[in-house]
Structure formats: structure tokens, C-alpha cells
Design a binder for this molecule. Structure first.
Ligand code: DC
Length: 223
């Protein structure tokens, strides 16, 4: 079974998708981490962020790997071309670079192919912006999470504080979230929008447990 969870930054996707995967014993894939990893490598190699051909080649040729602890299907780290970039992909610099990189059609083509291959043999919860619209339009369960921008900025700030990396100033985060919302929703290729048939859940005043329960109830209803 494939559970597609899409939504804007800070809507609770990662936390909820991980938790739902844990509850159900499914695998989990953070597709945003893949776009971030390609962005990191592009900056590292000095590739111009408007060089679509070079970016596409990079995404198609360099291996992205997720590190797993024994018996835990939730990845604990991500690497690209042999570099562990788990922390490095969460910086404000990458928050900016990922916008042009993820708007590049050839990059999306290469990463969508990898995402489909990863899901080929397992039950999986996959989160991103285009999982229900492009990657798996036939997913059995499609969820679109939203939340007020202020609440999303507050959550991201708390998350970065806890994790010890990334921007923590709420105002700076809010400005960046709004910039990314606008860019992700208006880009020509795979824009962020609810998939046909997706259940929209506004998480602003819901706890993580409530959102997870809502999703696992939907899963139970289609099983
Ligand atoms: O989920 P995230 O904030 O880590 O994602 C980083 C960026 O990658 C986000 O601004 C949009 C892009 N992205 C995308 O275009 N498609 C996806 N499936 C996942 C992320």
C-alpha cells in the first residue's frame, strides 16, 4: 500500500508521515530530502542553479542513499555521492537553493523515477509536494496537510531548535516559508496542490496524535 502525504513546508508532513509509518510498520520516504541532497551537491560542485542540463545529469547519475538502523524502516540519515548530508541539507542556504533545483524538470524526472523504484516492493508512506499528483496518482490513500503560516513557522523553529541545526528565528522562517509556498505552488512543473481524491487535513489546531489517528482511520477504511 502507498500512502501519499503532500503539503507545504511546516504542515507537519515529516513528523506525521514518520509516525504513521511507525504505527503501521510501513517504510517511509522523505522526498524533500532528495531534492535537498541534489541541491547540496550542486552547490558543492559549483553548478549554476539555472543550468538545467547539469542539474539533471547530477540527479540522474549520483546515488542518494538513506541510512537505516537495524530493524528500523525510518531512515536516520541521507547521503549523496558518498557524502553524509543529513545535517547539511537543513541550512537556510539549501532552503533557498532547493527552489530552483526542484523546479527543474530533468531533476524531477530523475528523482521521481527513483521514488517509484523505492516504493516498488514495500508498503510505504511517502511525503512531498507531488506524491499524490505525479509520483503515485493511484496511491490507495492520498492526504493533503495544511496549517496556518504562523503556526508552520513556529513548528519549524521548534523543530530546528530541538534538532540543533537550521534557522531558528521565527520571522526569518515565516518569510522563507511564504517564499517557498509561492514558488512551489506556482511553478510550471508538478506544482504543489491537492491531488484529485486527496483528503485535506488542516493541522493548525490538531495534535500530532490527532492527525495520525485521522490518517490511520482512512487507511483502515480502505483496507
Ligand atoms: O519537504 P521539504 O521542505 O524538505 O522540501 C524541500 C523543497 O523541495 C521544497 O521547497 C519543495 C521541494 N520538493 C518538491 O518540489 N517535491 C517534493 N516531492 C518534495 C520537495
Amino acid at each position: 500500500m502507498i500512502i501519499a502525504i503532500d503539503g507545504p513546508a511546516g504542515s507537519g508532513k515529516s513528523t506525521v508521515a514518520r509516525e504513521v509509518a511507525k504505527i503501521l510498520g510501513f517504510h517511509y520516504l522523505d522526498t524533500g530530502a532528495m531534492y535537498r541532497a541534489v541541491s547540496w551537491l550542486a552547490l558543492e560542485r559549483g553548478i549554476a542553479l539555472d543550468d538545467a542540463e547539469a542539474l539533471g545529469d547530477l540527479a540522474a547519475s549520483e546515488r542518494i542513499e538513506f541510512a537505516h538502523e537495524e530493524g528500523n524502516p525510518i531512515a536516520t540519515g541521507v547521503s549523496i555521492a558518498g557524502n553524509d548530508v543529513t545535517d547539511a541539507i537543513r541550512t537556510p542556504e539549501i532552503d533557498k537553493a532547493v527552489t530552483p533545483v526542484s523546479a527543474t524538470p530533468s531533476v524531477r524526472e530523475a528523482l521521481v523515477e527513483q521514488q517509484r523504484a523505492i516504493a516498488a516492493s514495500d508498503d510505504i508512506v511517502m511525503e512531498g509536494r507531488d506524491i499524490g499528483t505525479v509520483v503515485f496518482p493511484d496511491a490507495e490513500v492520498k492526504i493533503f496537510l495544511t496549517a496556518d503560516a504562523d503556526e508552520r513557522a513556529r513548528r519549524r523553529s521548534n523543530q530546528n531548535l530541538t534538532q540543533g541545526y537550521g534557522e531558528t528565528d521565527t520571522e526569518a522562517i515565516l518569510a522563507d516559508l511564504k517564499r517557498r509556498d509561492e514558488a512551489d505552488s506556482t511553478r510550471a512543473v508538478a506544482p504543489l496542490k491537492p491531488a484529485p481524491g486527496a483528503v485535506e487535513v488542516d493541522t493548525t489546531s490538531l495534535s500530532i496524535e490527532q492527525v495520525c489517528k485521522c490518517i490511520t482511520d482512512i487507511v483502515d477504511s480502505v483496507r
